[in-house]
Design a protein. Structure first.
Length: 168
C-alpha cells in the first residue's frame, strides 16, 4: 500500500468503519474501488491521489461494503445510500466547494432534497460498477421504486459526524 493510503487508513473515523475488512490496492483497476462478493474492498488507481480524495473513496467503499452486507437483496438502494453518505462526508471532511468534488454526482447526492428519478438514472452508471454485478432477477428495481424507497431514508442518511452536527 502507498504511504498516502496508509495515512488515510490510520484516521480513527475510517479505521472504525473498516474494522477487520480486507482492503487491497489494485493500481490496474481504473475504478476508484470495487466491492468484492466476499465484502472485501479493492481500491483502484483513482484513489491514489490527494489524501482528501483517498479518504472520500475509502469512506464510500466502506459504506457500500457494510450496506451490501446489511441489505444484499437491495444493491441499488445500498449504492445510493452509500453515495449519499460519502457525498456528505466529502463536504464535512474538506469544507470544499462543488467544483472540487471528486465525482460529478457528489453535489446532487449531498443535497437536502433527494434528486429526481432522471438524476438517479444519470448517476447509476457511475455507481453500478463499484459493486458485484447485479443479476437480472435479483437486486434490480425500477428507478421510480428506488426513488420511493430513498425518499423516506434521505434525511436519515449521512455520516455519523454530519448527523451529530445537525442534531440528527
Amino acid at each position: 500500500m502507498t504511504q498516502e493510503l496508509m495515512r488515510v487508513l490510520e484516521r480513527p473515523d475510517l479505521r472504525v468503519i473498516a474494522g477487520e475488512r480486507r482492503i487491497a490496492l489494485a493500481p490496474a483497476l481504473d475504478l476508484p474501488f470495487r466491492i468484492q462478493p466476499d465484502g472485501g474492498v479493492v481500491l483502484g488507481l483513482p484513489v491514489q491521489g490527494q489524501q482528501e480524495v483517498t479518504a472520500f473513496y475509502l469512506r464510500h467503499a466502506l459504506e457500500l461494503a457494510v450496506l451490501r452486507e446489511i441489505a444484499p437483496e437491495r444493491p441499488m438502494c445500498a449504492a445510493f445510500c452509500a453515495a449519499r453518505t460519502a457525498a456528505l462526508f466529502w463536504y464535512l471532511d474538506t469544507g470544499r466547494q462543488d467544483a472540487d468534488a471528486p465525482a460529478a454526482w457528489v453535489p446532487s447526492m449531498a443535497g437536502d432534497d433527494l434528486p429526481g428519478v432522471s438524476v438517479l438514472q444519470e448517476i447509476w452508471p457511475a455507481l453500478a460498477p463499484l459493486q458485484p454485478a447485479l443479476s437480472q432477477r435479483g437486486g434490480r428495481c425500477s428507478f421510480p421504486q428506488l426513488h420511493d424507497r430513498l425518499q423516506a431514508l434521505w434525511p436519515l442518511l449521512g455520516p455519523t459526524e454530519s448527523l451529530m452536527a445537525t442534531g440528527g
